[in-house]
Design a protein around this ligand. Sequence first.
Ligand SMILES: Nc1ncnc2c1ncn2[C@@H]1O[C@H](COP(=O)(O)OP(=O)(O)OP(=O)(O)O)[C@@H](O)[C@H]1O
Length: 233
Amino acid sequence: MRATNVSFRYRRGDPWVLSDASLDLAPGSVAEITGPNGTGKSTLLRLLAGLLRPVRGRIEERPAVIGYAPERFPSAQPFTVAAYLRHMAAVRRVAVPEELTARLGMDHLLGQKLPDLSKGSAHKVGLAQALAGEPGLLILDEPFAGLDATARAELSVIVAEVAARGGIVVASDHQGDLRSVPGVTRYEVRDGKIAEAVPIVVDDPLTTLTIKLPQSKADALAARLRAEGHEVS
Ligand SMILES: Nc1ncnc2c1ncn2[C@@H]1O[C@H](COP(=O)(O)OP(=O)(O)OP(=O)(O)O)[C@@H](O)[C@H]1O
């Protein structure tokens, strides 16, 4: 799949979010999308998923079965979890993700109404519907946020399985969990472009650094460090 010279802005007169941005994704690849806050990561993911159309440029060879999980699951819908998953599977013409709900530890949620779910549980519903049907393209916006440790570990395994089957996985991931998946390529969205980021050396042991700085500069430094792939809490 290929995005070539893609430019996008939400409205005429708005600043361009992406400008002549290109990205090549081979079958079986896992791409982590990084970048400072508000730089266009979610926009890029929606463009790749086909939910937004480039204003200029083109996206080609997109796999037929696409799974997309947004950063925030829209839980204000009058369905139970089971009914929602059945409905989405029918709309997408894929199988109901029964095995996946067990793997994500959400079988006990199936009878609950979507608006009654906690944020983490609602997030799992979004993931389960995206993972249904063995997607050839899996787009995940901050998939690990709000998940319990067991579900986080299982999701990494599922992502690796999708890639091993030849699927393309593209995800933003502030938490850094995706890096446990072998062969992840990191890309940074910055100034409207997409560039391959410096690879993280997984074997390099992590250390914790305490930094004291003026409060007013903390957010900007945290964003910069996250964009470089560091864990910041
Ligand atoms: N629906 C929308 N309408 C208009 N502008 C939007 C819309 N969604 C996002 N934007 C703008 O597009 C730019 C990129 O936003 P986007 O959400 O893609 O960034 P992001 O890198 O995912 O941010 P974050 O790290 O905070 O999640 C921002 O300036 C944002 O305000």
